[in-house]
Design a protein around this ligand. Structure first.
Ligand code: HXC
Length: 514
């Protein structure tokens, strides 16, 4: 063979690999409203930055076979996003429905190993019928190898799972082990067992979309973190999320020149707060004024909406925000919001992202279903996450912090570094309206005019106990501040805390109440 013939042969092999399952199946993929693996990669990565690995990966058990499937059902490699390196795999649904056999799992595992060794994010684009049925236990072993690597890489590099088609059976556990799951409305579905199996086992009737579609996982199960209307906007969201994150747990998040001064006064912040402290407001209006250029990337937007979490910047530096949301359930802490916030706090802590907590919380949600559902354990997760986090922690009590929720929401007692309260904030075991029924019961029973007595007792309680000055006197709050100065205060605190260094007592790991 001449050199030219050898090169022609190589090109032929590469072209065969690039064709995936062939033009008919590519057409069918497009007709389903989905892009191909390679189209997705080129939309996600910086132009011309993709370097493919194992394009010629194949089953060589029969070396003379003419039917060899080069590249198999996944495209893997590395590239750049905003100039920063990432590793990637994209399952190719046009080849055996993107199903995972030994070659596919070995290719994915190699890309994951490279990401972990080099300390760069791992991005998985999932579009697969699950375990390759023809390969039996070999494909189950392949999933196990991937799960193992997901866990080893957890907290070391950011791991992002983008679901752009089916993701069913045990295959769901790889995305579930990663940090963030993105789904596309209408075309992505995740479920452990499909509608047919559910109907035969429990008799429940459901559809693929209703059971495992993007909206169900974004709002009901909380399994997914981001929902998009199409693949392009989903991939844009992936790029945006990565812009906030460090490449690995030894790096700091990238600093961006946002042009927004830390000295900016929040002149209209009080316009958001209703005069009546019982009335709701949207805490995202506060967050948008607080952070650089109002740029806030909310995570888990549709799940447990009584708490808001997400990423933003102050003076160009990434922060994680946890904020009670008075617009939903009065911002109360319940099972789902505790889980949501605890997970986010742990993510921030793993990746050196300071946590800013905005507190407006009436307490934990009472109720039989909450107790039976384990609010004790789930609420404890939030306490655990805050107490364990050693990144800078700055907390501002906006309007109220009552009961156990005062402690749980980034209090000084759980190791927050700087704690502020707005003038007018209420910090107490409970609101006066409830408290007088307990501590003044006899007085109320004996009163000639019970309503008048109650009003007076509540006023006395508010004057004596429902304000931030006892907490400030005891040093639980470092200062009571004018809301207009919130950004200045947080900005200065974060700047001072940049050199914070704190270590937990030596241990293998804590036992978070899972
Ligand atoms: C091998 C598969 C496959 C699989 C799909 N294909 N799933 N090949 N193993 N698991 C092939 C089909 O034969 C078909 O090949 C092509 O992919 C496209 O599939 P269609 O059915 O035509 O596509 P569509 O109608 O869009 O349906 C997609 C689907 C369906 C919903 C994913 O194919 C499906 O239900 N597949 C089986 C899903 C499943 O039960 N997987 C195992 C789950 S258990 P041709 O040649 O016709 O193009 C599991 C365990 C993991 O994954 C355990 C980890 C611990």
């Amino acid at each position: 063979m001449s050199i030219q013939e050898r090169l022609d042969y190589l090109h032929e092999l590469k072209e065969r690999a690039a064709l995936g399952g062939g033009t008919d199946r590519v057409k069918a993929q497009h007709e389903r409203g989905k892009l191909t693996a390679r189209e997705r990669i080129s939309l996600l990565l910086d132009p011309n930055s993709f370097e493919e690995l194992d394009a010629l990966g194949a089953d060589m058990s029969d070396p003379s076979s003419e039917e060899r499937l080069y590249g198999d059902a996944v495209v893997t490699g590395w590239g750049r996003i905003d100039g920063r390196a990432v590793c990637i795999f994209a399952q190719d649904f046009t080849v055996f429905g993107g199903s995972l056999g030994e070659v596919v799992s070995e290719k994915i595992a190699k890309a994951m190993d490279l990401a972990t060794k080099t300390g760069v994010p791992m991005i998985g684009l999932n579009d697969s019928g699950g375990a390759r049925i023809q390969e039996g236990v070999g494909s189950l072993a392949g999933y196990g190898e991937i799960f193992y690597r997901n866990v080893q890489a957890s907290g070391v590099i950011p791991q992002l799972s983008i679901i752009m088609g089916p993701c069913a059976g045990g295959a769901v556990y790889s995305p579930a082990l990663t940090d963030f799951i993105f789904m596309v409305n209408g075309t992505s579905q995740m479920f452990l067992t499909g509608p047919e199996v559910i109907a035969s086992v429990t008799g429940e009737e459901t559809t693929h979309e209703e059971l495992g579609g993007a909206n169900s996982h974004a709002s009901k199960s909380g399994v997914s973190h981001f929902t998009s209307e199409d693949e392009q906007s989903c991939l844009d969201d992936v790029r945006r999320l990565l812009s906030f994150l460090p490449s690995n747990n030894m790096d700091d998040p990238p600093t961006v020149d946002t042009g927004d001064s830390g000295e900016r006064i929040l002149s209209d912040i009080l316009d958001i707060l209703p005069e009546d402290a019982q009335n709701p407001y949207d805490v995202r209006d506060i967050i948008e004024r607080l952070v650089d250029n109002g740029d806030f990337m909310e995570i888990h937007e549709l799940f447990a909406q009584n708490i808001v979490v997400g990423l933003a910047r102050i003076e160009g530096n990434t922060i994680g925000i946890v904020a009670n949301q008075p617009l939903y359930l009065a911002g109360v802490l319940d099972i789902d919001s505790s889980r949501k916030a605890a997970r986010f706090v742990r993510f921030c802590d793993a990746f050196n992202i300071p946590i800013v907590t905005l507190v407006d919380v009436p307490g934990f949600l009472p109720g039989v279903s909450q107790e039976y559902g384990g609010i004790i354990s789930h609420g404890a997760k939030l306490v655990f996450a805050y107490a364990e986090a050693t990144v800078p922690k700055v907390t501002v009590i906006l309007r109220k912090a009552f009961g156990g929720a005062y402690d749980a929401m980034g209090s000084k007692h759980l190791g927050a570094d700087v704690n502020y309260a707005w003038a007018g904030a209420a910090v107490a075991v409970m609101a006066g309206t409830q408290a007088v029924n307990i501590i003044n019961r006899r007085e109320l029973q004996a009163a000639d005019d019970i309503d008048k007595t109650r009003i007076q007792l509540i006023a006395d309680y508010e004057r004596d106990l429902e304000h931030p000055y006892i907490a400030a006197a005891k040093g639980y709050i470092d200062d009571v501040i004018d809301p207009k100065e919130t950004r200045v205060k947080i900005s200065k605190a974060l700047s001072m805390l940049k050199t914070k260094s704190e270590n937990l007592p030596p241990k293998r790991h804590g036992i978070i109440p899972l």
